[in-house]
Write a protein that binds this ligand. Structure first.
Ligand SMILES: Nc1nc2c(ncn2[C@@H]2O[C@H](COP(=O)(O)OP(=O)(O)OP(=O)(O)O)[C@@H](O)[C@H]2O)c(=O)[nH]1
Ligand SMILES: [Mg+2]
Length: 475
């Protein structure tokens, strides 16, 4: 175990009210003592009672109390900043080591100066995710919880945040542990039957065993993998692409949903040349909305490139909003676009409904009428609530609301769960075929091992490094 004391700025860069410097490791408290001068000589805590002699240690800091004072450069006694400082003594801290947090007031310059002082006193700069890595290595959290910290940092919406929060509470861990324990108990029975071959039939009745493995391993594992597929959209955002011929109002819709003039809108067809992507939060769901170049026949090389991009975007979309003008008959271009998007989940948006006067309402062919439709005016903000609702319902399914309470694994975990499913399915085939127990025991180990890797009980060091490098510094 690394014995160094690490430090980092835990708040994002830029101009903010306060910045936090975090220190963790055996020297954290002594560094704090060297550079911190309390406002009151007896290190009186701001919150809570004054330290009693019982829980006050030699350094004078009471754990989990805030102290007001100054950071002073010990070399020249210069005051660097006025701060609030908190010491969290091991093991009651995030990393289970001694942790010091310094809330500085003086902006980025002061924060950097304090970090530099800490480093001069023998701390070293923390690697990305190193605080959380220590929390994991010191046994405070398991790997599923550590990985959930990354998801919380990166969460793009409220729903994604709640899904990650469920992991932090250790729910994935408990579910995977249950499955793993079942398989280990089963392995014990199989090994028993190898040692006592005469009792094979009694110990492993293959029909009951197959039913057990299906119910207690394969089914719950598959459920978790399904949650990954659902939850992935929560992490990455649902990719929604707005397509239509030029001038129907695609960019106007993007701007209206973003509530900003992000894309250029003009009455000239072919205004948008390149795809514009923005992340939106619609009813708590993350949506990555792409405005595209209008699709039509043209010889303009720039427009052709733009349209190629539009086609690529349709390919990669989770959901397409196919926009037409409500106040005009369909054109050949509209029909062409319909053919391009018809294999995708899509919603027809009939825009410019404000220009419809009773006679000029577009007539849609029968196959179009079967599709989900919504009448909108991007310009006058009409029908957009219905459009948002349809986007969420089509994109996230009607069970969308349940996702937040579901246990959502990440890609690494999902791949391991899939390995375990594959091995479990082999076990079933082997049981059906009367394969010797020695071989079944090997397959069982192959089903158990990936689950240990999910939990972090059997993970290689390079895998750990890779996981924690996805964090930002200071976490
Ligand atoms: N009356 C009315 N005009 C609209 C509406 N939506 C867009 N427009 C107008 O239609 C014109 C084209 O709008 P854009 O948003 O640039 O259309 P686009 O589909 O992005 O066009 P391209 O980028 O050329 O493909 C602009 O003059 C908009 O003001 C609407 O709901 N009602
Ligand atoms: Mg446009």
């Amino acid at each position: 175990m690394d014995n160094s004391t690490i430090a980092a700025i835990a708040t994002p860069g830029g101009r903010g009210g306060i910045g936090i410097i975090k220190i963790s490791g055996p020297r954290a408290v002594s560094i704090a003592t060297t550079i911190f001068s309390p406002a009151e000589s007896k290190l009186k805590a701001i919150h809570g009672k004054t330290a009693s002699t019982k829980d006050k240690t030699r350094d004078g800091f009471q754990s989990h109390r805030l102290y007001l004072g100054h950071i002073i450069d010990p070399e020249n006694r210069r005051v660097v900043d006025e701060v609030l400082l908190c010491v969290m003594k091991a093991p009651r801290s995030y990393t289970k080591e001694d942790v010091v947090e310094i809330n500085a007031h003086g902006g980025q310059v002061a924060v950097n100066a304090i970090l530099e002082l800490v480093l001069r006193q023998g701390g070293r700069v923390a690697e990305p995710g190193e605080f959380t890595k220590r929390a994991f290595l010191n046994g405070r959290i398991d790997l599923t919880q550590a990985e959930a910290v990354i998801d919380i940092i990166n969460a793009r919406s409220d729903k994604a945040l709640k899904a990650a929060a469920a992991l932090i509470k250790g729910q994935l861990k408990r579910r995977v542990e249950q499955i793993r324990e079942f398989l280990i108990a089963f392995l014990a029975r199989v090994e028993g039957s190898i040692d006592f071959p005469d009792e094979v039939e009694d110990i492993v009745d293959s029909r009951a065993a197959i039913a057990d493995i299906k119910a207690c391993a394969i089914k719950p594992l598959k459920q978790l993998v399904q949650h990954y597929l659902d939850g992935n959209i929560l992490r990455q955002g649902l990719k929604v692409v707005v397509v239509g011929r030029p001038n129907v109002g695609k960019s106007s819709l993007l701007n209206r949903l973003l509530q900003s003039e992000r894309a250029i809108v003009t009455a000239v067809p072919g205004t948008t040349r390149d795809t514009i992507e923005e992340t939106l939060n619609i009813k708590g769901f993350p949506i990555v909305l792409a405005d595209t170049a209008g699709l039509h026949d043209t010889a303009d090389p720039i427009e052709i490139l733009g349209m190629e991009k539009t086609m690529e975007n349709i390919e990669g979309a989770d959901l397409v909003i196919f926009m037409i003008e409500a106040n005009r008959p369909l054109t050949a271009e509209d029909h062409n676009i319909f053919r391009k998007v018809k294999s995708k989940p899509f919603i027809i948006a009939l825009n410019k409904i404000d220009l419809v006067n009773g006679e000029n309402f577009v007539v849609l062919p029968d196959p179009w009428m079967e599709k989900d439709r919504v009448k909108i005016s991007a310009l006058y903000d009409r029908g957009l609530e219905q459009l948002k609702e349809k986007m969420v319902r089509t994109g996230f399914g009607k069970d969308a609301v349940d996702i937040e309470t579901a246990i959502v694994p990440n890609l690494r975990q999902k791949l391991l769960l899939a390995d375990s499913i594959r091995a479990s399915e082999i076990i079933i085939r082997e049981l059906e075929n009367g394969t010797p127990m020695e071989l079944i025991a090997i397959s069982l180990q192959e089903a158990i091992e990936p689950l240990g890797q999910v939990l972090g009980t059997h993970v290689k060091v390079d895998v750990l490094d890779q996981i924690f490098s996805r964090f930002c510094i200071g976490k």
